[in-house]
Design a protein around this ligand. Structure first.
Ligand SMILES: C[S@@+](CC[C@H](N)C(=O)[O-])C[C@H]1O[C@@H](n2cnc3c(N)ncnc32)[C@H](O)[C@@H]1O
Length: 202
């Protein structure tokens, strides 16, 4: 085997690998922090065809929505782009037309917009509300993928909350993993929550 260093992928490469294994053409997926649109672009490539699939891309900053729209419009055919709903709103609430138990993958890349105002960042309050809502929207077998950035104060609080919350989820209903670099201070981490099948009636 060819050796190279570091062999382990970045948290984003790792997240993208999981998404590629999970998402199929025709799925409904959500990018809850679309930012400049890099994650939305990959989600669109995985989930959308001209006739099927849906991507909701949310952000609270107009400049992020504009950047994401420009990125995907430059990379994908119009018939695919039409299947993306760009939503200028907080992920504390999701668009009302998303049915419970209908979404395969919900993605969060927490923190601030690269190249934007670092004071505008995801916050514990809205992230908490959003994760609880996201759990209801997931299909059985669906996944919530969260990249955390504990290198700044709010990011550290978000990661703490998310880990405490996730530890309490019943293992019969949720499969959860947390992947991080243990010898790099403040390195980003990747948290994944998979919803199990609904318990059958007695
Ligand atoms: C790290 S960036 C996302 C990067 C993006 N995934 C990409 O591929 O370019 C985090 C984004 O979250 C957005 N954000 C902050 N609070 C939010 C909220 N409550 N709801 C939705 N988006 C939020 C920020 O505006 C910022 O664009």
């Amino acid at each position: 085997m060819r050796s190279h260093f570091p062999f382990f992928q970045s948290h984003l490469d790792l997240a993208h690998d999981y998404w590629r294994h999970l998402v199929a053409a025709g799925d409904c997926v959500i990018d809850a922090t679309c930012g400049n649109g890099h994650d939305s672009l990959l989600l669109a490539q995985l989930a959308l065809t001209p006739d099927a699939g849906r991507l909701y891309a949310l952000d609270i900053q107009p400049q992020a929505i504009a950047a994401a729209q420009m990125l995907v419009s430059g990379a994908l055919p119009p018939a695919i782009v039409e299947r993306i709903a760009f939503c200028l709103q907080s992920h504390a609430e999701f668009p009302a037309d998303i049915a419970p138990a209908s979404v395969k993958l919900i993605v969060y890349n927490l923190g601030y917009l690269p190249g934007g105002d670092k004071a505008i960042t995801t916050s514990v309050e809205s992230t908490v509300a959003s994760i609880l809502a996201a759990q209801e929207l997931l299909l059985p077998g669906g996944v919530i993928s969260i990249t955390c950035y504990p290198g700044h104060a709010e990011g550290a609080r978000e990661e703490d909350f998310l880990i405490s919350h996730t530890r309490q989820l019943p293992p019969q209903l949720w499969s959860c993993t947390w992947q991080r670099w243990i010898n790099r201070r403040h390195a980003p981490s990747l948290l994944l929550l998979q919803k199990g099948a609904a318990p059958s009636a007695p």
